[in-house]
Design a protein around this ligand. Structure first.
Ligand code: ZN
Length: 188
């Protein structure tokens, strides 16, 4: 059974009573919507109390999700936004590749910017690097991390141990940390 409840600070919450639930639990969907599940033997009133007791935690979870998925509510970024990102990307990314190429001593071929959603970047057999314009939504340290990753592919065309050692070296031993951060973003 589904019920909607309007919380004074959290807004609309869907409360779902289901046999599959063993206890009260609250989840925040990628669009920021909040859903509360509870087993049928627990009264809705108790769920509302539970939400009230945990409202700070729920709000924090919602903010974390909003930070990671800035456009989760929209299915697609609109064309205008893509064009703006493309302009910013074209001004920023090739210059950044050049800067990092000089810093690391890893040389590459042509750099192109694409509206790729499935991956942040790629490196061809001819060492041409292609970067997603959606990188522009990432913090600069992650943009640099993606570029250095692709530059390391000019030496190793795989994700072998040697590749990771080289990458880790060029990011000051922070590969794991940066990878974990990058995983929180999607190429929306
Ligand atoms: Zn790779």
């Amino acid at each position: 059974m589904l019920q909607t409840f309007i919380h004074p600070s959290l807004g609309e919450i869907t409360i779902s009573s289901t046999r599959r639930a063993r206890r009260i639990s609250v989840s925040v969907r990628s669009g920021g919507r909040i859903r509360c599940s509870l087993p049928p033997w627990i009264p809705t009133k108790r769920a509302i109390e539970f939400i009230e007791e945990n409202k700070d935690k729920i709000e924090q979870a919602r903010q974390r999700i909003a930070a990671h998925y800035p456009n989760a509510e929209r299915q697609e970024p609109d064309r205008r936004e893509i064009e703006q990102l493309r302009q910013r990307a074209k001004n920023f990314l090739p210059a950044k590749v050049e800067e990092l190429s000089r810093k690391t001593g890893l040389r590459c071929g042509k750099v192109s910017v694409r509206a790729a959603r499935s991956r942040w970047g790629s490196c061809s057999t001819r060492n041409d690097i292609s970067l997603s314009l959606f990188l522009m939504r990432l913090p600069e340290e992650l943009i640099e991390f993606v570029i250095i990753h692709e530059l390391c592919h000019t030496i190793h065309k795989n994700h072998s141990e040697k590749f990771h050692r080289l990458l880790d070296h060029h990011v000051g031993g922070r590969e794991k940390e940066l990878n974990a951060k990058l995983r929180k973003y999607r190429a929306l």
